[in-house]
Design a protein around this ligand. Structure first.
Ligand SMILES: Cc1ncc(COP(=O)(O)O)c(C=O)c1O
Length: 355
């Protein structure tokens, strides 16, 4: 039996989108592919309300966490760390041999604008990394307030991971001055894994031209040149996934971004009201994510057993991430899930737990 996915990626993909992947292949150096790919980029620009350069690569989102560092930082980067994925970005920066400083807060807490201001005041950095939606803890960092601080440091590039929020949470890329906005297909896009997206500002592109050793696969300057000349990607793309993305972007447009954000906010509220009533939220009050909720396991249930029982009924949720296993659990409400589906899941959890 298929278990409907209420996990924070991969998320549930609707059958018509899965079916789109079965469209017969075309060559990736044909006019037909150029039309498909440039069409996708135009649709993304329209939905995300940006004119910044957008590239879609065949990879998972991590490629752009590394790519952002390799393209935008020669020496010094400041990383905001408040969970597993923001910590991954910090470690990637270290592995790329950049001088990486860090702002660390406890898991479950949010990064605050004044923390960023204090650090940026103390030293000249080339870039700041921020995971806007920490999937491991269900925390939404206050990007709008942090962006206001960033405006006072125009030489510091603003590198933002929206892997688990883009298309579910409103991110005003240009208004917030985001220089790198990266995401993966398998989250709020409600697509299969395998495509990664990056939205790159002109400022980031100019900076990249001055950075040595950008590598090849993820070189923003090379990607932009190739796109401008051919309307394609330099290496062979996952064409079948592109079919799915193309169709899904049409469906997202038909839903309307405003409606999509509203649906996500309603699902988040429902899960978090339930979480507060029967458990407690792991995420700091006021900073709850709109795409994934993380609850403290205050009732000391076996999360693994709960998931086994849910599995028999055709649902899957997530245990706590890493060190939070069994201490917390997560319910994702992102992508194409509906409030009715969330209610159905919660009713089943209540039945299983007898609450
Ligand atoms: C916030 C965040 N950043 C980065 C990643 C890594 O993305 P990917 O697995 O697509 O490489 C994830 C994956 O869950 C994530 O949630």
């Amino acid at each position: 039996m298929h278990k409907k996915l209420f996990i924070p990626g991969p998320t549930e993909v609707r059958q018509d989108i899965l079916d789109a992947q079965a469209t017969p292949l075309i060559g990736h150096r044909t006019k037909a592919f150029t039309e498909l790919y440039t069409g996708i980029i135009d649709k993304l620009k329209e939905l995300l309300e940006t004119n910044n350069f957008i590239t879609v690569l065949t990879a998972s989102g991590t490629i752009f966490m590394e790519g952002a560092i390799r393209n935008c930082v020669n020496n010094d980067v400041l990383c905001c760390v408040n969970g597993a994925f923001s910590d991954r970005w910090f470690k990637i920066a270290q592995k790329c041999d950049r001088n990486s400083d860090v702002i660390t807060v406890d898991w479950g807490k949010a990064i605050k604008p004044e923390m960023v201001d204090e650090k940026l005041k103390s030293k000249k950095y080339e870039a700041l990394t921020l995971v806007q939606n920490e999937t491991s803890t269900g925390v939404r960092n206050p990007i709008e307030d942090i962006a206001k601080v960033m405006k006072n440091y125009p030489d510091v590039l603003f590198l933002v991971d929206t892997v688990s929020s883009l298309m579910g949470d409103k991110i005003n890329i240009e208004e917030l001055g985001i220089d790198i906005c990266l995401a993966s297909s398998q989250k709020a896009f409600a697509l299969p894994p395998g495509l990664a997206l990056c939205i790159v500002s002109d400022k980031a592109l100019e900076k990249a031209k001055t950075v040595k050793g950008r590598g090849h696969y993820c070189d923003f300057v090379g990607l932009k040149d190739y796109f401008d000349k051919k309307g394609q990607t330099p290496s062979t793309p996952a064409i079948t996934l592109m079919y799915a993305m193309d169709k899904q972007l049409d469906k997202i447009k038909a839903e309307g971004m405003g409606n999509r954000f509203k649906r996500h906010a309603e699902m988040a509220k429902y899960v978090q009201d339930w979480g507060k009533k029967y458990f407690s939220m792991f995420s700091e009050p006021g900073y709850e994510s709109v795409t994934v909720s993380c609850m403290n396991n205050t009732r000391k249930i076996s999360v693994a057993d709960l998931n086994t029982e849910l599995g028999k009924r055709g649902y899957a949720i997530s245990n706590g991430y890493g060190k939070l296993k069994e201490l917390a659990f997560r319910i994702a409400h992102m992508g194409d899930l509906t409030l009715d589906e969330i209610k159905e899941l919660i009713n089943n959890i209540n039945e299983i737990l007898g609450i």
